[in-house]
Design a protein around this ligand. Structure first.
Ligand SMILES: *Cc1c(COP(=O)(O)O)cnc(C)c1O
Length: 441
């Protein structure tokens, strides 16, 4: 029999090929590499011709089929896609040639809702028929991942979620979105920075004793089920812009931290998506920017900025981008340019954009907007990703603009809840002991 399923290989090249199910359930490969699909299926010409007149759901379903169609029953896949995208991702014109792709209309008001919801549903699909011990999702967050994953998985049977976050380094609004849920969600407050949280998570996956004891998986953008679905809305954005601006070259600017979001778009480009080039916008955590300039990748500890969901000193998905481009700096810089902004520039951008256009940016979107504005060339039209609702960073945005920001009802509801979290040191031994004592079913 011919095996038609998609196989996933590790970016470190020293682990066996995996099925989609294994890649999703396990998260990271045995050799600590990130899983990559062995083939990237191009979408047919007819799809791209029809894309501008298709619904968001149908665009996304076509993209999802190309990635997952060999491994997931198509009716189930369609349900997963439609259920994931139960909120709009509108394209809003901000200036003559600049559009904002608003990804903050989901339950936690940030783009990570898309990947988190898709992953929760796909994991549910793979585990629906397996009996026995629960699956434990462990996720590190610098703010927005935790809320998206916690809300995406809330109430999903057979799955328990641990959210690790750096004490005092996420905003109160972010914190309440994963510390007040209860049920199958546990918040773990780590005495350290985001990179400590990420290290604890990675160590847990590599610990043999722990993995013999309980079933662990990750929901960070290292998981293929979380990062790949993010490509859906790039196709959608291009379709909307093509409707408005026939034939113009499209540029896309992505505020980047762990680089999962932009990475999914680069996969989209491989499938034929007509985005001419990308801009990766960084805050002061700019190791990727430095790599683009010098060809050397030098990870370092993250520093705290106004755009805290991008405070990442060693972006996980760099390994995927590097692999996708055959480790060629030249090839990478042909498709991607970079930008880096300090807090003062972020603040100035929010203020200036509001004054000139009336559009209110959040600190992450501000990096994307400014990178686009400064780097567009004649004849191009561009969109940046507005990755979070400004109300998620209410205090910062109000301080910068001098205007009050209204909190949407769904956020206000979280803020009524009671915060519950488990205090934790940044030593792996402590975290391991805690997990070993947790219930298994
Ligand atoms: C996570 C996040 C980012 C960075 O996305 P990556 O996929 O990690 O590059 C940008 N903005 C916001 C609001 C985020 O939550």
């Amino acid at each position: 029999m011919i095996d038609v399923t998609m196989k996933y290989y590790s970016t470190n090249g020293a682990a066996p090929l995996a099925t989609l199910e294994k890649a999703v359930v396990q998260g990271l490969a045995e050799d600590r590499g990130l899983y990559m699909p062995e083939h990237i299926n191009s979408l047919p010409r007819e799809f791209f011709d029809e894309m501008p007149s298709m619904s968001f759901h149908d665009v996304a379903y076509n993209v999802a089929s190309a990635f997952f169609g060999e491994d997931v029953d198509l009716d189930a896949l369609q349900d997963i896609v439609f259920d994931t995208l139960s909120f709009p991702c509108p394209i809003v014109q901000v200036e003559e040639n600049i559009y904002s792709l608003e990804l903050f209309h989901g339950p936690t008001l940030a783009f990570k809702d898309v990947g988190a919801r898709f992953m929760a549903r796909l994991l549910g699909y793979f585990t629906q028929n397996t009996q026995g011990s629960r699956i434990n999702v462990i996720v590190a967050t610098s703010g927005d991942t935790g809320s998206a994953v916690a809300n995406g998985f809330l109430g999903v049977e057979g799955i328990h979620v641990y959210v690790l976050y750096p004490k005092g380094k996420v905003s109160p609004i972010q914190e309440c979105q994963f510390t007040t849920l209860g049920r199958n969600i546990t918040a773990v407050e780590v005495d350290g920075v985001f990179d400590d949280c990420q290290r604890l998570v990675k160590s847990a996956f590599m610990d043999e004793e722990l993995n013999r004891h309980m079933r662990l998986t990750s929901a960070n953008s290292i998981n293929v089920a979380r990062f790949l679905p993010q490509s859906f809305y790039y196709f959608w954005a291009v379709a909307q812009i093509q409707k408005l601006r026939y034939g113009e070259d499209i540029v896309c600017s992505v505020p980047s931290g762990n680089f999962g979001n932009i990475c999914s778009a680069l996969f989209g480009k491989r499938m034929g998506l007509p985005i001419k080039r990308f801009i990766a916008a960084n805050n002061r955590n700019d190791v990727f920017y430095e790599y683009l300039q010098t060809g050397e990748y030098r990870p370092r500890p993250s520093v705290q900025t106004l755009a805290n969901a991008m405070d990442v000193g060693d972006p996980s998905n760099f390994a995927r981008i590097y692999d996708l481009y055959g480790k060629s700096h030249e090839a990478i810089t042909k498709d991607i340019s970079g930008a880096t902004y300090n807090d003062e520039q972020i603040a100035e951008t929010i203020r200036q954009c509001l004054k000139d256009t009336g559009y209110l940016l959040d600190p992450h979107g501000a990096c994307g907007y400014r990178a686009l504005k400064e780097n567009m060339r004649p004849g191009e039209v561009g969109f940046f990703l507005e990755t979070a609702h400004p109300a998620k960073f209410k205090d910062i945005v109000e301080r910068i603009t001098g205007r009050s920001v209204e909190i949407p009802a769904c956020l206000a509801a979280f803020m009524q809840g009671r915060k519950v979290s488990v205090p934790m040191s940044r030593d792996f031994a402590d975290f391991k002991a805690y997990l070993l004592s947790a219930p298994l079913a």
